[in-house]
Design a protein around this ligand. Structure first.
Ligand code: F6R
Ligand code: MG
Ligand code: MG
Length: 372
């Protein structure tokens, strides 16, 4: 049987009332285009269009493998069409993530973010899709560590013989474009030494250990595009998506969701320059407002069925996440009270691509030597 590829390609191409929400009309336009130029032309098998805040997410399934030009072109054309509509209707930030007019084979480096995995479908194959707004790819570092390496989170690491062998993490240095593979549990401390530095290292993929082919070993994939780096200047946060496989040898869906139960601190929020809690929310609440936030994550659960998508279930639309959300709101208040001070405001290195360097440049001539 053909291997199934799941491609989630996303971009912010314009939003309503500031950087708040993708309008319904835009999602409908994207759906029509994916149907007409994707499903009807037998390029893709199925799709689901959704949003997290101002990010438009195109989830597609097909049989063409990762990085397939026609799939990336389909996503690109859909974003271009939506951006044109957004420009005509004077939506905010219209076309902001499309850094060029010319498509060149692959959307990587052109602005949109991509998470793709090619899998051999299991007898029954649950797939979980997480999408964030107002944060960055390394926001998934803590949840992915907890899900795939922390026995206090994932009971299966201790009691399920199919998962006790552990997982392998591919970690990316987003500045140097270098990667390293680290295995858990044996290299857990080394892994934490890297991924705790969220400004530099992001988990890109997680694999099951053992001698499995990639289509069976792949467990999670994060979109790690750094929009700010691609553009050479700050043009918006690189709000990431993450695909996670669950059950039967992978962590159970509930163990995956448990990874988000803290409401951990991430960078992003207002002007991509503030730390705040990542609040897991339902689709209905995927619309950051206060101080353009706080940062949010939505989770959609699907079954992959003969190359198609069955679902979704809105995974964080559940009372069991109310305590997490309440904690996030308390932490939000506390962090906000710090105003322009670190650690609410991110440090200088993370601010490199914002307007702050211009402010500092203006002040530079007024500095004089001090004996203190
Ligand atoms: C963060 C984000 C927003 C904007 C802010 C200022 O990722 O997109 O917080 O940075 O609303 O936007 P501009 O500069 O467009 O007025
Ligand atoms: Mg925006
Ligand atoms: Mg966004």
């Amino acid at each position: 049987m053909a291997l199934t590829t799941i491609s989630c390609i996303k971009a912010d191409v314009g939003s309503l009332a500031g950087h708040i929400i993708v309008p319904e009309e835009m999602k409908e336009m994207a759906r029509k285009n994916l149907k007409k130029n994707g499903v009807d032309k037998k390029l893709i098998n199925d799709f689901h269009v959704f949003n997290c805040g101002d990010d438009l997410e195109l989830l597609m399934t097909h049989y063409n493998g990762n990085n397939y030009e026609k799939i990336h072109k389909l996503a690109w054309d859909t974003f271009m069409m939506c951006a044109d509509w957004a420009k005509k209707n004077k939506l905010y930030g219209a076309g902001q993530d499309l850094l060029t007019d010319a498509f060149s084979g692959n959307v990587k480096g052109l602005g949109p973010g991509v998470a793709e995995m090619t899998i051999k479908e299991r007898k029954s194959d649950p797939l979980l899709v997480f999408a964030c707004d107002k944060t960055e790819p390394s926001a998934f570092n803590l949840p992915l560590f907890r899900i795939f390496a922390d026995p206090f989170n994932t009971a299966g690491l201790v009691i399920d013989p199919n998962t006790t062998m552990g997982f392998s993490f591919e970690v990316l240095d987003v500045y140097k474009h270098q990667k390293i593979a680290l295995k858990t549990p044996e290299e857990m401390y080394e892994l934490l030494a890297l991924i705790g530095t969220t400004s530099t290292y992001a988990i890109k993929r997680v694999f099951k250990k053992g001698n499995l082919p990639p289509e069976e070993a792949i467990a999670a994939e994060v979109c790690t595009e750094k929009l700010s780096m691609a553009a050479g200047k700050y043009v918006g946060k690189d709000d990431p998506v993450c695909l996670v496989r669950s059950q039967s040898g992978f962590p159970a869906t509930g163990e995956v969701l448990e990874g988000f139960a803290l409401g951990h601190l991430v960078s992003g929020w207002m002007r991509g320059s503030h730390r705040g809690p990542l609040m897991p929310v339902s689709q209905h609440d995927a619309t950051p407002t206060r101080f353009d936030g706080p940062p949010r994550v939505v989770g959609l659960g699907f079954q992959i069925v003969n190359g198609k998508l069955y679902g979704p279930r809105d995974l964080f639309d559940d009372v069991s996440f109310d305590i997490t959300r309440k904690r996030c709101l308390k932490v939000m208040e506390y962090m906000r009270a710090h105003g322009p001070f670190e650690p609410h405001r991110v440090d200088e290195k993370e601010l490199e691509y914002t307007t702050l360097p211009d402010v500092l440049k203006k002040l530079q001539p007024r500095f004089s030597k001090s004996s203190d």
